[in-house]
Design a protein around this ligand. Sequence first.
Ligand code: SAH
Length: 406
Amino acid sequence: MALCLGHPRHGYYMKQDPFGAQGDFTTAPEISQIFGELIGLWAASVWQMMGEPRSIRLVELGPGRGTLMQDMLRAARALPGFREALSVHLVETSPVLRERQRATLAASGAAPHWHERIEGALEGPAIVVANEFLDALPLDQFVRTPEGWRERLVGLDQNGALTFGLAQYAPSPTDLGPARDQHLKVPKSATADFGAGEGWGEGSFDAASASPTKAASVSNPSDPSSGPAGHLLPQGREEDAAPAGSVFEQPLAALEAVSAVARHVAAGGGAGLFIDYGPAHSGFGDTLQALKRHAFVDVLAEPGDADLTVHVDFARMAQAGLAAGGAAHGPVTQRDFLLALGLRQRLEALSRRATPEQAASLARGVQRLIATGPTAMGELFKVLAVGDPTLPLLPGFDLHRLPEQS
Ligand code: SAH
């Protein structure tokens, strides 16, 4: 996944701008300007809660076309003190998208700074936002077999085509993390979804030769203590154990991103806001998917030419934020978050100044952002904030104040 998205020459994000109707997918800031405006106001009120520090970094992780930051900065003008205090820092690995961000933000007067890695962007008081960033970070998958957990790897079949297989040896306990424990519940759909045609059971291949970068994390066959071992089986009653075929995902890069932000704001002040699609509760299941021209495609069919994403396990992201010393707010649904921030009021204000066509288009965008249903943006997308624990409950998470939901 890391190579498919981030290879310097062939990586999906490195060579193109994938957004919009002509591209492969559309994100919330590209659907409605109100999305970024509300997040800009969210950032401004966090800054006020922090006691209005005279200098603060506004950091965005994976800014895409720069649209979210552009809309945030426009909204931030409502609070001149915040606009003057902030400096813009963008964490972006793609040279194509950096250029695009430069063009989008040229008129904002923001003079952004770009960083390759999150750590480089974090210094002093900071407000961090990340929309559809965590879903682009690579993760490891493990499949439950009758012999125990095995890492799922990509290799070549007899015809030289890419195929999934399983590592021959058990992973180390630290690779698995919570899959060893009993607190993950197995959703009914997790195994039902797991098609036999996926090939995981059709043989395994040598992990070391298939994936050299993984070799270090896979058990050493010459060390018997790292072989298929009873201690890797989930402890507890037999009927609670994950059934064969269950897939456990270990999103180390995303957990580390949330931890880094939480650790920083707990010490330096501020908060981080993560918006993405995924469940509020942990479970088993294979969530890796590929998108091209707004349709799902086979995840192995077009490496580097289709977007690869995973669903974000928000419960574990919140735990990572807490473990790093931050406070966790949410997760809440995108719908509840945006409504609590005043989505309807902003829509009304903009519509009063718009032509009937513009007003209809604004209303359609807003409706898409908050639509309900298991695959609709308002419900599938969750919002999690990790903040300096000395701050009060952050805006958008005090849902008892949620306005009319209809
Ligand atoms: N936030 C934007 C774009 C989301 S797409 C929006 O909502 O429209 C994911 C973004 O993350 C892209 O800008 C991509 O280039 C960037 N990205 C992906 N992997 C990254 C990584 N490891 N480090 C930094 N940026 C990354």
